[in-house]
Design a protein around this ligand. Structure first.
Ligand code: HAS
Length: 542
């Protein structure tokens, strides 16, 4: 990556890792509070800490890491950015950074304890929404910078298929753009005027629906960069090749189609939405599992083909040929393994009847600590182990690689305790998003306590994991020996079929995406407006 583009990417990664440190500390405090063994000072609310944790890790760490990583990946595979693209990349970065600072300020002074999902009826200070708006607008600017660079590449390479990583970054930014329109709408039309006192109430169902229209694809905006690493980078790290370029692109296109019209699976327990439309969106939710199953197939194929090319025999002999001592492989691989139970948990959530058991219990928190905080985050750590030194012009020493392997193992132990306990406790009915309480010594709540202590043990181990990763990243950015680190990009396996040009028919893909959104949302949305509470004004959004 060109040095000037590297600076832009690195700036994003620095913010991401600062957010990891601060957000991780808030997470540690939460698990300690929930164990019942620790009390926060009277002027700090549990919900302030919970919001800090969710916003910094769920929104800031992810968005900054993803955009930084994608800038690097696009510059590496589609060529150095023009001055103009880089300029807009920096504009996006500063808008997001200023927005984050404003948002964090209002959370920390206790004026925005509205959780990372921030939909109504919880209300924050207008400054919180303003900060978030800047973050979203900044990410759009960066997205358009990537689109402009891609368009130039296409113009200069007529009738050629674009590089896989660039294609994937473009698909992910289209997904982001289409879904963030929902959150922009609820913030600008409902939440901001309401918190400014311009309207005295808002349609809560509409606010939640617009949020989840955004909130579910948001999780795939987090997941797809991990898939970029799995499909296009891990094969190179292990010394293998990409099993199928077309399959990888197809899975990204399917994510674009199916990840948006599924927000109702977060609202299955909500009145005011006709069960038929919930059913439609549950069906679409099961469709969105398909590209993940395709990914599992492709990854197994890549590993097995590589292992057999090295002489492996037997059903699982290929596993022994993988480079277990290389943290760049080990961390993402562990992430993949954890995605098997994590994805199975997601399918439980998505099943309407089963969701009645787990909804709003701490099982759901366990689910996203496996998906986001293990699968995605471990893959990001694994990527940072070569990306940061590549961008900073340094090399990872053997000692740091060993520490990174230890870090991954610490993470696995911490998360097994924490997320495992959350899943079991959730099945016993423990609510999510609540501070410690014995609910008047009710026998059911007393049953939860051992699990809450296990969560605190896990949370403490995870915090040690965060300190380790910050030590490694600081070393790779500033202190590791100078030198050249490769940005690994795998080649396509011999004999794999050529990718058809039609795969880049964005007009068609976006058209199908919009059609699916309209089918899944138009009628229920009209219902929500028509059945708004009596006395609602204007367009019944307020
Ligand atoms: Fe989820 C709630 C359904 C995936 C994140 N989810 C959440 C929330 C978050 C989140 C943050 O239907 C909470 C939001 C809140 O605060 O309220 N989720 C799903 C489904 C999937 C899914 C069906 N979620 C994710 C991912 C996330 C994420 C990914 C973040 C990155 N989720 C739900 C539902 C709810 C929900 C409901 C609402 C619940 C409620 O009641 O509130 C699917 O995408 C999962 C498909 C995945 C698979 C696994 C494929 C396996 C692979 C690994 C292969 C391994 C290899 C290595 C190759 C089917 C790809 C093997 C090697 C060996 C040696 C074994």
């Amino acid at each position: 990556v060109d040095r000037r583009d590297a600076k832009l990417a690195l700036a994003h990664l620095y913010v991401a890792f600062i957010a990891l440190g601060l957000g991780g500390l808030a997470g540690l405090l939460q698990t300690l509070v929930r164990s019942g063994k620790f009390t926060l000072p009277a002027n700090i609310s549990y919900y302030t800490i919970l919001t800090t944790h969710g916003v910094l890790l769920g929104l800031v760490l992810t968005t900054f890491f993803i955009i930084g990583f994608q800038f690097a990946a696009v510059s590496r595979t589609a060529g150095t950015f023009s001055d103009r693209v880089r300029f807009w990349g920096w504009v996006g970065f500063w808008l997001m950074t200023i927005g984050t600072a404003i948002t964090a300020f209002f959370i920390l002074i206790g004026q925005a304890s509205v959780l990372y999902t921030f939909y109504a009826p919880l209300q924050a200070h207008p400054g919180f929404y303003l900060g978030l708006t800047l973050v979203v607008v900044g990410s759009w600017v960066s997205g358009f910078a990537i689109f402009a660079h891609y368009a130039r590449w296409k113009k200069e390479h007529p009738k050629q298929v674009s590089p896989l990583l660039t294609f994937m970054a473009v698909a992910n930014m289209i997904l982001w753009l289409v879904c963030s329109l929902g959150v922009a709408a609820t913030v600008l039309i409902q939440l901001l005027p309401w918190s400014l006192g311009l309207v005295d109430r808002i349609n809560v169902l509409v606010s939640r629906t617009l949020f989840w229209y955004f909130g579910h694809p948001l999780v795939y905006f987090w997941l797809l960069p991990a898939y970029m690493v799995w499909y296009a980078i891990v094969p190179k790290i292990i010394g293998g090749k990409i099993f199928s370029d077309s399959l990888a692109r197809l899975s990204f296109i399917l994510f674009l189609f199916f990840s948006i019209p599924v927000g109702f699976h977060h609202q299955l327990m909500e009145p005011g939405i006709d069960p038929f439309w919930k059913y439609v969106q549950v069906v679409l939710t099961f469709m969105v599992a398909i590209p993940s199953l395709m990914t599992a197939f492709a990854m197994f194929a890549t590993f097995e083909l590589y292992g057999r090319s090295k002489g492996a025999t037997g059903l699982f002999g290929w596993l022994r040929k993988l480079p277990w001592g290389d943290a760049r492989f080990f961390a993402p691989f562990v992430g993949m393994v954890f995605f098997i139970p994590a994805g199975a948990g997601g399918l439980v959530n998505a099943s309407h009847q089963l969701d009645q058991v787990v909804h709003n219990t701490i099982w759901v928190t366990g689910h996203f600590h496996l998906t986001l905080a293990t699968t995605v985050v471990l893959t990001f750590f694994g990527a940072a182990y070569w990306l940061v030194p590549h961008l900073s012009g340094r090399v990872m020493t053997k000692a740091m690689n060993r520490l990174a392997i230890i870090q991954t193992i610490v993470w696995v132990i911490g998360m097994t305790f924490m997320s495992g306990a959350m899943h079991f406790e959730g099945l016993l009915g423990a609510p999510r998003r609540s501070a410690f309480s014995t609910y008047g010594n009710s026998p059911q709540a007393l049953e939860w306590i051992p699990y809450q202590i296990a969560q605190a043990v896990g949370g403490t181990i995870l915090f040690i994991g965060i300190i380790l990763v910050l030590v490694i990243i600081t070393n790779l950015a500033f202190f590791a020996p100078k030198g050249e680190t490769e940005f690994p990009v795998a080649e396509l396996a011999e004999g794999a079929e050529r990718t058809p040009l039609a795969m880049e028919n964005w007009k068609l893909w976006i058209g199908i995406t919009v059609a699916l959104i309209l089918i899944a949302y138009t009628i229920p949305f009209i219902d929500m407006i028509q059945n708004a509470p009596p006395g609602s004004k204007g367009y019944k959004l307020w």
